[in-house]
Design a protein around this ligand. Structure first.
Ligand SMILES: N[C@@H](CCC(=O)N[C@@H](CS)C(=O)NCC(=O)O)C(=O)O
Length: 130
């Protein structure tokens, strides 16, 4: 499998981490991404990242993350574990979007204000890690 994206830890990163953790072969084609928008017409929604798995092309970073999770059998075997994995995907997405807002908020004061909005209102329940 190949993921077309730039060499940054951004929208492809969670999928890359899951693939590496589960030992699923996944290469990142930064050269291809650097030729953007050459591949725009083959992207379902006209944006990167793009995952290519043989004839299958997947766009939308959360769909790619779930696709990799499905292939790696990392989504949980029980209903409860599947629910947990999907909650973590959603929480990751909320945090990613919040951090992106911080990054582009402007000066340091604006970034600090954006960060306060991005942090979850209550401490997360981490009891499932034990
Ligand atoms: N909802 C999409 C957003 C994708 C997106 O914003 N991609 C940006 C880079 S991070 C992009 O391809 N920009 C170039 C363009 O729109 O032409 C996802 O999660 O994959």
């Amino acid at each position: 499998m190949e993921i077309v994206y730039w060499g940054i830890k951004a929208r492809a990163y969670a999928a890359q981490v899951v693939a590496a953790y589960k030992g699923l072969p996944l290469t990142t084609s930064t050269d291809r991404a650097n030729k953007w928008p050459e591949d725009k017409s083959i992207c379902h929604f006209g944006q990167l990242p793009l995952l290519i798995d043989g004839d299958i092309k997947v766009n939308q970073s959360l769909a790619i993350l779930n696709y990799i999770g499905h292939k790696a059998k990392a989504q949980g075997e029980t209903d409860a574990d599947f629910g947990m994995s999907q909650m973590l995907v959603s929480e990751y997405s909320d945090l990613f979007e919040g951090l992106a807002k911080c990054m582009y908020a402007g000066d340091d004061a604006a970034k600090a204000a954006a960060w306060k909005k991005c942090v979850p209102p209550s401490p997360p329940d981490t009891s499932f890690y034990s």
